[in-house]
Write a protein that binds this ligand. Sequence first.
Ligand SMILES: [Zn+2]
Length: 362
Amino acid sequence: MATSIPRRQFIQHAATMAAATASVTTTGRLFAEDSKPYDDMLVIDALSFGRDWGEEVFSALRAANYSGIIESLPRKDLQTAIDALVEWQTRIEEHDDHLTLALRADDFLQAKNSGRTAVLMNFQDSTMLEGELSNIDALHALGMRAFQLTYNFRNLVGDGCLERTNAGLSDFGVEVVGRMNELGVLIDLSHCGRQTTLDGIAFSERPVAITHTMCDAVRPGHPRAKTDEQIRRCAEKGGVIGMIALGYFIGPDPGGDTSIEHYADHIEHAVNLAGIEHVGISTDFPPQGISPWATYDSWFVPRTEFFKESYQLRWPPWIPELDSTDRYRNLMRVLERRGWKTAAIERLYGQNWLRLFRDTLG
Ligand SMILES: [Zn+2]
């Protein structure tokens, strides 16, 4: 009989049960699939580069919860590129408690499981090929897994986005695309000119990446922005378009009116065009941000010599909420306020890149 439980014990038991039920309910509300903690997610920044690689960068990678980055290596000529790849192999071996080499998609999952960051070795240009197709094989053998067909300027492959002309891929460029497809090297079209971008998508048999860009519809007239057509075509091919977090690319006033909300606007515009499976994230600056080390003289002045006025350089170049290692936690709050579900944020933050790496690198 129930009366065999003394009344005081029964009340205690009932209180425990009620507490347990409340806890389940609370836990259910907090941690249902609708709100997975940021730190449990696979986060891949599709263009990030350490500044003075060392403990400061490693702790920033951990604080930002980056399981993977696409790194930008020096590419002036073939020898520079070879030296850079060898130097990186050594760096990764010496710091294998923090870093691991990304040669295939699963390396990003292993990095996540072991609390490290997978580094995908990439060049932001194809000048290091020196016009020789076989150099793709040589660099691939040394660990290269991605490169951009062109940077801002014209090269033997095609026109970059700052050229006054708009030629597409050269015949050599078409061959380069074919060899990248065969070897499993990811094609990046971020800094390519309009027609080179469209040709790169059309001639590739595999999906391609635009790792760090923004939407022309949201930031009209900037040469680094991609048009709706380019974004749509890239997605139709199975590619992924990475939305860049660099302030003056997002909008004209990164220290003032241009905010993290505008970053979310670029992301949502791209998702509306391409679908949630084809948009990712990238910063285009070190994991610790720009503000901790950059000054007007050290950052802004030298870049005015290098970039045309159409690049619309600004000082300061960063958006404060995106410059700290909390950048993608901050963005997650913005997206959740806009009604984004966890599954969509996980795709944006890393799962789409992972799928693209599977389809290209293997
Ligand atoms: Zn770039």
